[in-house]
Design a binder for this molecule. Structure first.
Ligand code: ATP
Ligand code: MG
Length: 536
C-alpha cells in the first residue's frame, strides 16, 4: 500500500483473451468435461421431491432446450428471459441453455409481490418468461409469452433426442455481451437490475476453478462436494455458486421451500459437505437444539456471506461444531457476488474479517467527506475495481453514474477498513449508520452484541428520530421462548459493553425480524413501523 490502492496479494489468475468469443455456459461445461467426473454423477437433487439429475442428463437437456428455444421460439441473441420459479432441477438447465445462446437470464424472487415484479420487468424488459403455474399470474403478457416449467410442453423441450452440438445453429457470444441481469436485494432503496457480462461471470468462475486446483489441501475439501443450497438461486450468491458447482462437478441439493429442520434432515440423508449460508442461518445453527437430533458429521464447511456475521456468533458456532470450517466472504450483486474471502482454518480464526481481496481485484478506502484514499486501520467507503465489476444498472444511467466512475471504480456504499496484513473488515453500510448527535453508530455492531445474549433469539437496530440527538439507536428484539427479558435489561446489557453514544435508548419486542431471502435485515420496514407506531 503506497499509491492509495490495495491490490490482491495473490498472483493474478489468467483469464481467456478478451476477444475470444466465449459464453460462461461454454466455459463451465468445458471445465466440467476436463474433470474425471463420470456422466452418471449426480448434479442436482431436489430434496423436496426426491428427483435427481445426473451430469450427462444435464448436458443433454441443455442441448435439447437450446435447440428448441432456437427453433421454436424465435428468440434473438441479447433478448432477456425473465425467470420466476422456486428452485428445481430445471433452473440450472434453463440458465445454461439460455446463456449458451447469448440470451440474458434474469431470475427474480418467486415470492415477490406483483408490484416488485412489475418493477423488475420494467427494468429488464424481457421478451419471454419462464414461470410455474403458481407464479405465472404475476407476469404481464410478453412478446414471446410465458413458458410454464411444470408443463408437459416444457418437459418435451428437454428431451429431444439426437441433438448434438452440430444441430444447434452456432451463436457467437462475446465475453462483453450480457449474460444476466440480477436484481440487488433492495435493502437500501428500490431494487436495481445489475447488468452482468459473460466476462464478469467467467472471471468469477476462473477464481473458483483456481481455488479448486490450489486450495484443495488447505480447506480439506473432499474431492466430491455435496452442497446444500440454503441461499436462493435468483440471488447472486446462489447464482454464481450454481454455475461454480458445474465446473467443479459438485452435487447440489436444493429444497423448494427452505425449512430449518428439513435442511438438517437433508444434511444427514445426503451427507452434505458444504453449504453457502447467510448469517441468520449461522445464528440458527448456534441457537437451535434441533441440531442434536441429526447426524451432521458429514459437514465440512459453511461459507457465509451477504450480511454481517457477528464475531460472537462465529465463536459460538466453532465451539458447537469444532469440525466444521466457518468462513466468510464479502461481495455485492454489482461484483458478481465476489470481492474478498477467507481461506482455510487459520484465516477463519481471525474473527470479524471477511478475508483478503480476491485475485485480480483492487480496492481503495475512501474518506466519504474528503475523497482521500486512506491507509490501513482507517475507516472509509470501500471502492472496488476488477473483472467482476458489473457493466452498470439496467435502465438507470443516473444510478450507474453515481456508482461507477470513469476509472472503473465501483463505490460499494460499505464502510470498511484494511488491517496491515491485507484483511478486510466491514463496519456497516454508509446509508445505515445511525447519526446520534455528532457520532455515527453502526447498527450491525449493536445487533451482534444483542445476538450474544442467551435470552435473545434475534434482533435488529434502527435509527429512531429524536429532537435533541437527531437519531437514537432503537432495538427490535425477539425474545427466546420462555424469556421475559425487559426493555431495561436489554438497554443495560448493551450499555455495559459500549461507549455511551452507542447505547440503545429504545426497545420494542416483536415476534420476528423481517429479512430478505438472502438473509438481510429489512431495516426500512422496521423504521416505517417504528415511526407509524405499528409495532410495540
Ligand atoms: P440494495 O443495493 O438494493 O440496497 P443490497 O446491497 O443488500 O441491496 P446485495 O447486492 O444482495 O444487495 O448485497 C450486497 C451488500 O451486502 C453489500 O454492499 C454489503 O453491505 C452486504 N454484505 C455482503 N456480504 C457481507 C459480509 N460478509 N459482511 C457484511 N456485509 C456483507
Ligand atoms: Mg447494494
Amino acid at each position: 500500500y503506497q499509491t492509495g490502492i490495495y491490490s490482491s496479494l495473490n498472483a493474478p489468475i489468467p483469464l481467456p483473451p478478451t476477444n475470444q468469443p466465449l459464453s460462461v455456459a461454454e466455459y463451465c461445461i468445458s471445465l466440467l468435461h476436463s474433470t474425471s467426473t463420470s456422466g452418471a454423477t449426480t448434479f442436482v437433487v431436489n430434496a423436496t421431491t426426491g428427483q435427481t439429475l445426473t451430469y450427462s442428463q444435464f448436458v443433454s437437456q441443455v442441448r435439447s432446450l437450446a435447440y428448441c428455444l432456437q427453433k421454436r421460439y424465435s428468440l434473438s441473441q441479447n433478448d432477456v428471459a425473465f425467470i420466476l420459479s422456486p428452485p428445481s432441477l430445471h433452473i440450472p438447465v434453463l440458465y445454461f441453455a439460455l446463456m449458451s445462446l447469448g440470451i440474458i437470464v434474469s431470475p427474480a424472487n418467486p415470492l415477490g409481490s406483483n408490484s416488485e415484479i412489475a418493477h423488475q420487468i420494467q427494468l429488464s424488459k424481457p421478451a419471454i418468461a419462464f414461470a410455474t403455474s403458481q407464479t405465472s399470474h404475476k407476469i404481464p403478457s410478453l412478446k414471446r409469452g410465458t413458458i410454464l416449467l411444470d408443463s408437459p410442453e416444457f418437459l418435451s423441450l428437454l428431451t429431444q433426442s439426437n441433438i448434438d452440438n452440430n444441430t444447434i445453429k452456432p451463436v457467437k457470444v462475446n465475453q462483453s455481451d450480457l449474460a444476466a441481469i440480477l436484481y440487488s436485494s433492495g435493502t437500501t432503496g428500490r431494487v436495481k437490475g445489475v447488468m452482468m457480462t459473460h466476462r464478469n461471470l467467467i472471471a468469477m468462475m476462473a477464481a473458483i476453478h483456481h481455488s479448486n486446483t490450489t486450495e484443495g489441501n488447505v480447506s480439506d475439501k473432499p474431492p466430491q462436494s455435496v452442497t446444500f443450497f440454503t441461499v436462493p438461486l435468483f440471488h447472486v450468491f446462489g447464482f454464481f455458486m450454481l454455475l461454480g458447482a458445474v465446473l467443479s462437478a459438485d452435487t447440489v441439493v436444493l429444497m423448494e421451500r427452505f425449512e430449518f429442520e428439513e435442511m438438517l434432515r437433508a444434511v444427514e440423508k445426503y451427507k452434505i459437505t458444504d453449504m453457502p449460508v447467510s448469517p441468520p442461518l449461522v445464528v440458527a445453527f448456534v441457537k437451535s437444539d434441533l441440531t442434536k437430533k441429526y447426524d451432521l458429521s458429514s459437514l465440512q464447511m459453511l461459507g457465509c456471506g451477504g450480511a454481517p456475521l457477528g464475531q460472537e456468533v462465529a465463536r459460538q458456532f466453532n465451539e458447537k461444531f469444532p469440525n466444521v470450517l466457518l468462513v466468510q466472504g464479502y461481495g455485492l450483486t454489482e461484483t458478481t457476488g465476489g470481492a474478498t474471502r477467507v481461506i482455510g482454518p487459520e484465516e477463519a480464526a481471525r474473527y470479524g474479517t471477511v478475508g483478503r481481496l480476491s485475485e485480480n481485484m483492487e480496492a481503495k478506502i475512501v474518506d466519504p467527506v474528503t475523497g482521500e484514499a486512506l491507509p490501513p486501520g482507517q475507516r472509509g467507503e470501500l471502492w472496488l475495481r476488477g473483472p467482476i465489476v458489473m457493466k452498470g444498472y439496467v435502465g438507470d444511467e443516473k444510478a450507474t453514474a453515481e456508482t461507477l466512475d470513469s476509472e472503473g471504480w465501483l463505490k460499494t456504499g460499505d464502510i470498511c477498513y484494511f488491517d496491515s496484513e491485507g484483511f478486510v473488515y466491514i463496519v456497516d453500510r454508509l446509508k445505515e449508520l445511525i447519526k446520534y448527535k455528532a457520532y455515527q453508530v453502526p447498527p450491525a455492531e449493536l445487533e451482534h452484541l444483542l445476538h450474544s445474549h442467551p435470552e435473545i433469539a434475534d434482533a435488529a437496530v434502527i435509527p429512531y428520530p429524536d429532537e435533541e440527538a437527531g437519531q437514537i439507536p432503537m432495538a427490535y428484539v425477539v425474545r427466546n421462548p420462555g424469556s421475559s427479558i425487559t426493555e431495561a435489561q436489554v438497554m443495560d446489557f448493551i450499555a455495559r459493553q459500549v461507549a455511551p453514544y452507542k447505547k440503545i435508548r429504545r426497545v420494542a419486542f416483536i415476534n420476528s425480524i423481517p429479512k430478505s431471502p438472502a438473509g438481510k435485515i429489512l431495516r426500512r420496514e422496521l423504521v416505517n413501523h417504528s415511526v407509524s407506531g405499528g409495532l410495540s
